[in-house]
Design a protein around this ligand. Structure first.
Ligand code: CA
Ligand code: CA
Ligand code: CA
Ligand code: CA
Length: 247
């Protein structure tokens, strides 16, 4: 009988250590077996997957990659070389150590760059959305639920506010002339037929360009101005039909 109790005690207390949430955590690194296997794709039997002396929990919580020894940062490291950083893989719920999570022949990075869902095989697409925050003078853009970028902008000044509402990209034009304002609007993405759009800092006919010092301050006539670099990036990413939310 005594032996029986010892065996039961061993079965209960030896095999699995529970983490803070009460779920089994075999290697005792603070991340449950379930999360290691299904979310982080780390080794559930080794608290330090990349054997660099820092356990997986510590690395993930301080922005370091648990998939590469040393000082590799999550937001820079690309453990599987698929063009998507470890951090973006975790955001998109893809596998950071498998370049083709859904096994459909297209890498996770290629799928994201082309708007496809890297977690679903085939042609499932993720929705593209642009968010314009006039209060904080910021533009963010998302693929599905994942934020891809956030940039300072300049929206309409008092009396000429950028109108709030839900829109979509109606027209793309590399360089549009505004006959009303007498200026060029590079990387033009029109979202409202009345003439409201997103574009790079405007240029006058004599070649002078609006300074970036106005970004973060509402000074436009209603359009949404983006800086040099972000405007081109957003232009190349967005397509006709991409949803635009202004508030
Ligand atoms: Ca664990
Ligand atoms: Ca480690
Ligand atoms: Ca990757
Ligand atoms: Ca794929």
């Amino acid at each position: 009988m005594k032996q029986f109790f010892i065996i039961i005690t061993l079965i209960i207390f030896l095999p699995i250590v529970a983490n803070a949430s009460g779920l089994p955590d075999t290697d005792g690194d603070g991340i449950s077996d379930y999360d290691e296997i299904n979310i982080y794709h780390t080794n559930a039997d080794n608290p330090d997957t990349d054997n660099d002396g820092y356990n997986d929990w510590t690395e993930l919580n301080s922005g370091y990659s648990p998939y590469a020894a040393g000082n590799a940062k999550l937001e820079i490291n690309d453990a599987d070389g698929d063009g998507l950083t470890d951090k973006m893989e975790l955001n998109f719920h893809t596998n950071p150590v498998n370049p083709d999570t859904d096994g459909d022949g297209f890498s996770d990075g290629d799928e994201i760059n082309n708007g496809y869902d890297p977690a679903k095989s085939g042609k499932a697409k993720l929705e593209k959305k642009i968010f314009i925050d006039t209060k904080n003078q910021l533009l963010g853009y998302n693929l599905g639920e994942v934020r891809l970028g956030l940039y300072p902008i300049s929206t309409g000044k008092r009396g000429m506010e950028t109108p709030a509402g839900q829109y979509k990209v109606l027209e793309k034009n590399l360089r549009r002339w505004s006959s009303k304002a007498k200026l060029w609007m590079p990387y033009w993405l029109m979202f409202d037929a009345r003439g409201f759009g997103i574009h790079e800092l405007p240029e006058w006919n004599d070649g002078t360009k609006e300074g970036a010092n106005h970004l973060g301050i509402p000074v436009s006539h209603g359009c949404v101005r983006l800086g040099v670099g972000p405007a081109e990036k957003l232009y190349n990413w967005a397509e006709a039909g991409t949803k635009v939310f202004v508030n």
